[in-house]
Design a protein around this ligand. Sequence first.
Ligand SMILES: C[S@@+](CC[C@H](N)C(=O)[O-])C[C@H]1O[C@@H](n2cnc3c(N)ncnc32)[C@H](O)[C@@H]1O
Length: 370
Amino acid sequence: MPNSSTRTGVYRRPVIYAGRFVDQMASVDLPSDCIVLGEKDALPHKLTVLLNRANMLVFLDLLSFPLEAMTGEHWNVPIVVVLPSDFDAESLTATFGTVLFERLGFFDRVVTPDFALWEELRRKYRWAESQRVPVTSNDPSEVAATICTLLEAEPTSLATPNRDRHAAAWHWRDDPCFNKALHRVQAAALEPRFAAAQEKPGTKVPLDVLEVGTGAGRWASSFEWTETRFVGIDAGEDLIRTARDNFPEGRFDLLGPDLLFPYEDESFDLVFGVTVMHRYSAVAKRTLLSEMWRVARAGGRLVFLENFVFTRQPEKPAVYPMSVAEFEDLILDATAGRVALEHVESLRYPDEDLRRGGLISLLRLGAPKA
Ligand SMILES: C[S@@+](CC[C@H](N)C(=O)[O-])C[C@H]1O[C@@H](n2cnc3c(N)ncnc32)[C@H](O)[C@@H]1O
């Protein structure tokens, strides 16, 4: 498997922490560029250098890995956690809950042959079904072989991109670390907005949340499922199917070509979208904005995280990139000005000089529906 580059030109490789099982790795057909570490390699100073070059980090022997050595950007590397055998969900949670499980998200994987254990942890930490790597045994060599097969099969998500490292066609989307890092920046901006939606005095539980352009549903895991009714809508049939598989706790609907939502007026406390608007014409954007406003409750929130340019007239006004001014005008037009600006924030993405994310949070004005 060839090495993968990052946007900054550092070549990254999968790192498998095999710990006490390092000798058993000799019999496994691992990718040639894969770095396998034993317990002796896990001294913090050695580890830091190796983690800086990882495009994926596998904890094959989680019990002996020094998690405290993971700092800052190391958490941007997609992680594959092999759950140690003979532990139940309670003891795993007590040991790894705060230090690891709460940090795992949509771009990380969990490996276990125990479906009941997976289900219990998945619900607790709101993992997506697609994050599970099913295996048939706890044998470290077999588990390592399964993970390698997974890497080969997923060239653009977790694994090393299947490209020549010097190929001009290399694209940042092929860098799994970039995708996870981007997600973490977006999550850091969105999660306080999501929390604010839940903090309103007198807010009823469960909170009604709608995500427009939900994709595979990755933001569903930002909400406590017992306290939220999460609904996602998207125009992509495949994506809706994937989202349903990922999060059976949510509801996911297909959006028709008229872009009109199949929901009652004022039925959600929070309506949001993440990088959805930029490909649509001004007319389509206006329809979506007007629908988002219509289904939000008075006092409820409308949150947009998009990629913007900051000029009034972009070269192609109907498509990406979208100007902040154009978007503001559309919002005011689609809502007849019945919104108040609550929060605005510019997002800088790692290793990204040209694009800026922008987060806009609005409150829907008006008297609540009788
Ligand atoms: C870049 S993806 C983002 C997906 C998701 N919001 C996320 O952050 O993971 C853009 C999504 O918007 C969806 N989409 C595009 N236009 C849409 C529209 N008019 N209404 C609903 N979904 C739309 C696409 O199918 C796709 O899932």
